[in-house]
Design a protein around this ligand. Structure first.
Ligand SMILES: Cc1ncc(COP(=O)(O)O)c(C=O)c1O
Length: 370
């Protein structure tokens, strides 16, 4: 079956009610998605902040365009292949938030920079040199940010004079244009209380602030200082040196973020499942770990009287607080515990509004992990 034929096969499902859909399938509630995208700008702590939403969550050029239409300055991508996928689908301004390493990837990066505005981050001079050499050969110039470790201890150069040394090295390299800093504090996003997140964020922003001051003192550009996710953008954005925010999950949300105090976006995403086995003591649905990720724990049924327990690749058990009220073929929606990794399991979003299907959107960058 060709790709076009595959998509055409769904077109006659538009207008169906959710109850008629085959399962398991990834549902995206359009009203909730739009409400989330709209409310972001209202929640920003300053009016002069740029938003560059992270597409690692939704992996969809369609949603990226909706974000751009609402004023986003561009889109973040976690990996080069994700950026390629989105640029190939018409997104014109991307920041790759992970350093690009290796000859083949560097060539692809420069190829991408011929088609769109592409920014990259570096935490190592050797990676910057490799990109510079290829950019020079191709006659392109890339904007770039120094990736600073503000506390997550994942990527990023130390928040001290080592960041300055890297900034100076990049500034001296042809084919690169130093624009500023990235300091992502991913370890704080899910801290439960707003006050614990605000306090922990202060420590990270103080580290980033030290580097901003050092950059200024050494005549290095800090036009862009990019940080934050769904859990921290309201705190990070309050620091005057921060210019750009990178929230991702806010667009669709998940059951883990729904428990984080002060994160008040709507649950737009669910996986529709059917009961495929009903025994005396058990009700089992057709969605297991191939339809719902469990890296953040068990997903949560939308119906509060139920809980879900993954039963391997293809199945999940429903646990009832009262007497079981579901039978063979009955449907129920399960809210993913982690939106990013669940979306990456699906080829398409079944987009619904008021209980009816209004479209099928491809998860275009599904599997783009390279
Ligand atoms: C560099 C970077 N920025 C922003 C985000 C977005 O975070 P969230 O989905 O929590 O909003 C992530 C997510 O992992 C990330 O890695």
């Amino acid at each position: 079956v060709g790709v076009d034929q595959y998509w055409r096969s769904f077109s006659n499902h538009v207008g169906m009610s959710v109850a008629e859909l085959d399962t398991p399938c990834l549902l995206l509630d359009l009203d909730a998605l739009e409400a989330n995208l709209d409310s972001l700008s209202r929640l920003l702590p300053r009016t002069d902040l740029a938003v560059r939403p992270h597409a690692k969550t939704h992996k969809s050029p369609r949603i990226a365009r909706m974000q751009l239409a609402r004023g986003a300055v561009g889109i973040c991508c976690a990996k080069l292949s994700e950026a390629e996928s989105l640029v190939g689908a018409g997104v014109e301004d991307v920041l790759v938030t992970t350093q690009v390493v290796g000859e083949a990837k560097v060539r692809r990066l420069i190829g991408l920079a011929r088609q769109a505005v592409v920014r990259v981050v570096f935490d190592d001079e050797r990676a910057a040199r490799a990109v510079s050499a290829e950019a020079l050969r191709a006659g392109v110039r890339l904007d770039c940010l120094v990736d600073v470790n503000v506390g997550q201890d994942r990527t990023g150069v130390a928040p001290d004079l080592s960041a300055v040394a890297l900034g100076q090295a990049i500034k001296a390299l042809k084919g690169l244009r130093l624009k500023g800093l990235q300091g992502y504090e991913g370890n704080l996003q899910l801290l439960q209380t707003a006050s614990s997140r605000r306090d922990a964020n202060r420590v990270c922003m103080e580290r980033l602030g030290v580097v901003v001051d050092l950059f200024r003192k050494h005549g290095l550009c800090v036009d862009t200082v990019s940080t934050a996710g769904t859990g921290t953008f309201r705190f990070g954005g309050a620091y005057p040196f921060v210019t750009e925010l990178q929230p991702g999950s806010y667009a669709v949300m998940d059951s883990t973020y729904a428990q984080v105090e002060g994160v008040e976006f709507r649950l737009a995403l669910s996986v529709l499942t059917s009961v495929v086995s009903r025994q005396q003591d058990r009700i089992v649905v057709d969605a297991g770990s191939k339809a719902l990720s469990t890296d953040y724990g068990q997903p949560r049924p939308r119906d509060p009287a139920l809980s879900y327990l993954s039963q391997g690749d293809e199945h999940g058990k429903l646990i009832f607080s009262g007497p079981p009220s579901m039978d063979l073929g009955d449907r129920t929606e399960i809210i993913p515990s982690h939106c990013d990794t669940t979306i990456n399991l699906h080829d398409r979003y079944t987009v619904i509004q008021g209980g009816f299907v209004v479209g099928f959107w491809p998860v275009t960058a599904r599997g783009s992990i390279q």
